[in-house]
Ligand binder design. Structure first.
Ligand code: FMN
Length: 410
C-alpha cells in the first residue's frame, strides 16, 4: 500500500465546522476555557465588569480556592453503574444540585442576555434567578422559559416599586424570590474604576478602539435594542428619579441613589406578607445571621459574598457551610453561592452540607464565549463533571454525599 492509501486508511479527517460559534465551542473542555474565549471576545471593560471583584479581590480568590483545600476520599468497587445526581429543592427535584445566580445587566455579554440564560437553564432543568437589575423584564423571561424561575429582589427605597415587581413575578409564575441583602452600598470594584466603566458602556474613543478589536461583540451590541433596566423602567419617566439604563450611569451612583441601606430583618418579614412561595435570603455571611434567618419564616439561605464583589476579606461561602448547617439544622435549604468553577466544587459543597450550589460567572463566561449555546456548554460541563466526580468517589446518590467524602488537602 502506498503512503497515501496507508494514511487514508488510518487517519480520519475532521469535518470542517463552518458555524463560527460551534467551532469556538467545540474544543472547550472546561469553564476556564469559556472564560478565556469570553476574555478574547468581549471588550476589556465588559469582561472586567463580569470577571472582577472588590478591592484586592481576596474574597473572590478565596471563594474559588476554598474548594481546593479539600480533597475527596474516593471509595472504590461500589457499583456505580447507576448514578443519580439529583437533589430535592423546595419540594421538587433538581437534576443536578445547581442554580443559576442572578446577574445584573446580562445583555452586555450578549444581546439575548437573560432570555438566552433562562432558556439554557430551562433546557438543563435548573432554576434561573432573574435580577432586579435584569435587562430583560420579568414577563419577557417568563414568556420564553418553561423552566423554574426565581426573581431576585434588590430592596429599592420605594417599597411600592418592590411590591409591584414581586407581584409581577407572582403573576408570571415565578417559583421563588431571592432577597439579596449584601448591597447596602456598592463594593469598590477597582477594575471598573480604572476603566471608567458605566452601564450601559459609554461610547467614547476608548470604546470605539475596543470595539474594533472586538468586532463580534460590537456588531451585536450596535444592532440590538438599547439596553434597559427592564424591570424598573416602568418608572423611567423619572418620577422616582431612577435611571433606566438608557443613560450611561456608574453603577455605584445608581445603587447609592436607589437601594435602601436601612433594610433590616423586619423587612424580611414584610416579604412574607406579600409573597406566598419560597423565600431565599442571599448574602448570609455569618453563622449568627444564619441562625436569625432560620428562625424567620423563610425557606432557604444562600451563603454568598456576591462573588467577591462586595466586601473584600469576607469569608468564602464554602468555608461557612459546616458551621451554618450545624446552626440551622437539617431541614432548611442551604445554598453555596460563589467560586464554583468545576462540577467537583458542587459535589464538595453538597458533601459539606449544602443542598445545592449557585453559580454566576460560569454561565456568564459561557454567554460571552458563545451566546445561548455557550451557556448550554457551561451547564453541560458542570453537570457532566458532577456526575463524573460522584462516580469516581463511589457515591451513587447525593444522599451519600457527606463530610466523610472529603479530607483536608495536605
Ligand atoms: C456580572 C455580575 C453581576 C451580578 N449581579 C447581581 C445582581 O444583580 N444581583 C445579585 O443578587 N447578585 C449579583 N451578582 C452576584 C451573583 O448572583 C453571585 O452571587 C456570584 O456571581 C457568585 O459567584 P460566582 O460568580 O463565583 O459564581 C452578580 C455577579 C456578577 C459576576
Amino acid at each position: 500500500m502506498g503512503l497515501i492509501e496507508n494514511l487514508r486508511s488510518t487517519v480520519r479527517f475532521q469535518e470542517l465546522t463552518l458555524d463560527p460559534v460551534a467551532r469556538r465551542l467545540d474544543r472547550v473542555a472546561n469553564i476556564e476555557d469559556l472564560r478565556r474565549i469570553a476574555k478574547r471576545r468581549l471588550p476589556g471593560g465588559v469582561f472586567d465588569y463580569i470577571d472582577g471583584g472588590a478591592e484586592d479581590e481576596r474574597a473572590l480568590a478565596r471563594s474559588v480556592e476554598a474548594f481546593n483545600e479539600f480533597d475527596f476520599r474516593p471509595r472504590i468497587l461500589r457499583d456505580v453503574s447507576q448514578v443519580d445526581t439529583s437533589v430535592d429543592l423546595f419540594g421538587r427535584s433538581l437534576p443536578v444540585p445547581l442554580v443559576l445566580s442572578p446577574t445584573g445587566f446580562t445583555r452586555i455579554a450578549d444581546s439575548q442576555g437573560e432570555l438566552a440564560v433562562a432558556q439554557a437553564a430551562a433546557r438543563a432543568g435548573l432554576p434561573y434567578s432573574l435580577s432586579t437589575l435584569g435587562t430583560r423584564s420579568i414577563e419577557e423571561v417568563a414568556a420564553v422559559s418553561d423552566g423554574r424561575l426565581w426573581f431576585q429582589v434588590y430592596v429599592w427605597k420605594d417599597r411600592g416599586l418592590v411590591r409591584e415587581m414581586v407581584e409581577r413575578a407572582a403573576d408570571s409564575g415565578y417559583e421563588a424570590i431571592c432577597i439579596t441583602v449584601d448591597l447596602a452600598t456598592l463594593g469598590k470594584r477597582e477594575r471598573d474604576v480604572r476603566r471608567g466603566f458605566t452601564l450601559p458602556p459609554k461610547i467614547g474613543p476608548g470604546t470605539i478602539i475596543d470595539g474594533l478589536v472586538h468586532p463580534g461583540w460590537t456588531a451585536d451590541f450596535v444592532r440590538a435594542d438599547p439596553i434597559l433596566f427592564a424591570n424598573v423602567s416602568s418608572r423611567a419617566d423619572g418620577s422616582d428619579g431612577s435611571a433606566d439604563g438608557t443613560e450611561a450611569v456608574a453603577l455605584a451612583q445608581f445603587t447609592e441613589e436607589q437601594l435602601d441601606p436601612s433594610l433590616s430583618w423586619d423587612d424580611v418579614e414584610w416579604f412574607r406578607s406579600i409573597w406566598d412561595g419560597p423565600i431565599l435570603i442571599k448574602g448570609v455571611q455569618d453563622v449568627d445571621d444564619a441562625r436569625i434567618a432560620s428562625d424567620l419564616s423563610i425557606d432557604a439561605i444562600a451563603l454568598s459574598n456576591h462573588g467577591g464583589r462586595q466586601l473584600d476579606s469576607s469569608p468564602a461561602p464554602f468555608d461557612l457551610i459546616p458551621r451554618v448547617r450545624e446552626a440551622i439544622g437539617d431541614d432548611m435549604a442551604l445554598l453555596c453561592d460563589g467560586g464554583i468553577r468545576r462540577g467537583a466544587d458542587v459535589v464538595k459543597a453538597v458533601a459539606m452540607g449544602a443542598t445545592a450550589a449557585m453559580t454566576g460567572r460560569a454561565y456568564l463566561y459561557g454567554l460571552g464565549a458563545g451566546g445561548e449555546r455557550g451557556v448550554d456548554k457551561a451547564l453541560d460541563i458542570l453537570a457532566a463533571e458532577v456526575r463524573r466526580a460522584m462516580i469516581l468517589i463511589g457515591a451513587t446518590t447525593t444522599d451519600e454525599l457527606n463530610p466523610n467524602c472529603l479530607q483536608p488537602a495536605p
